[in-house]
Design a protein around this ligand. Sequence first.
Ligand SMILES: Cc1cc2nc3c(=O)[nH]c(=O)nc-3n(C[C@H](O)[C@H](O)[C@H](O)COP(=O)(O)O)c2cc1C
Length: 235
Amino acid sequence: MDLNRVQAVDDAIRSRHSVRAFLDTPVAAQIIQDILAVASRAPSGTNTQPWKVYIVSGKKRDEMVNRVCSAQLEVNANPELAQQYKETFAYYPQTWISPFIDRRRENGWGLYGLLNIQRGEKEKMAAQQLRNFKLFDAPVGLFFTVNKAMGIGSKMDIAMMIQNVMVAAKARGLDTCPQAAWNHFHPIVLDVLNASDDEELVCTVAIGYADPDAKVNTFITPREAVENFAVFLDE
Ligand SMILES: Cc1cc2nc3c(=O)[nH]c(=O)nc-3n(C[C@H](O)[C@H](O)[C@H](O)COP(=O)(O)O)c2cc1C
């Protein structure tokens, strides 16, 4: 075993966490190109490579952020409008069960606690939710789509590609936040991307240089011990 290699790979994986405050420092297009090239070594069922990714920065980023933030603000003012913005696939269950709901709550309240947002402070919660649609100030958003003709397995393939992107970014001093929040606003997102009718939005990744002074970026989430989720069978 090459211990340097183990350490390099493990460090990149372990140091990745969701960053929710970025500097406006631009990210060189060549770095994104390199990240995508290595990330595309991800496996995919029968090597279908079903991912398509839009790299959105500059004026296009601003257009995306402005349009989706406006839509979210309209929904906040008139919650009935949320009907227009349904996800195309259910990322979360309709009915939550333990232990997943407990972890979800712990995560949500942990983040809000760090940001001094107390229960019932709806305006502060809405403001934090809106930060999703500012890409947490990241200069680049990666919008992953899939051809609607593909099966659910393609979303697994794209998830593997995305994890590669996040780890490869980390190795290059960049941070990320995967975001399902944008999926609600897929009609607007796909319009801004000028995507074709056969594309479905799967996930968005904010990418950039983390703001080292932002308290929100000190949020590190726990993980279960291996024995709590792994079953070794040997007989
Ligand atoms: C597919 C996916 C979608 C996510 N969507 C969001 C999102 O919309 N907004 C957000 O702030 N975090 C989002 N997250 C980040 C999770 O909250 C985060 O991964 C989890 O709490 C574990 O923390 P860590 O990424 O810092 O290890 C998403 C994560 C994944 C994998």
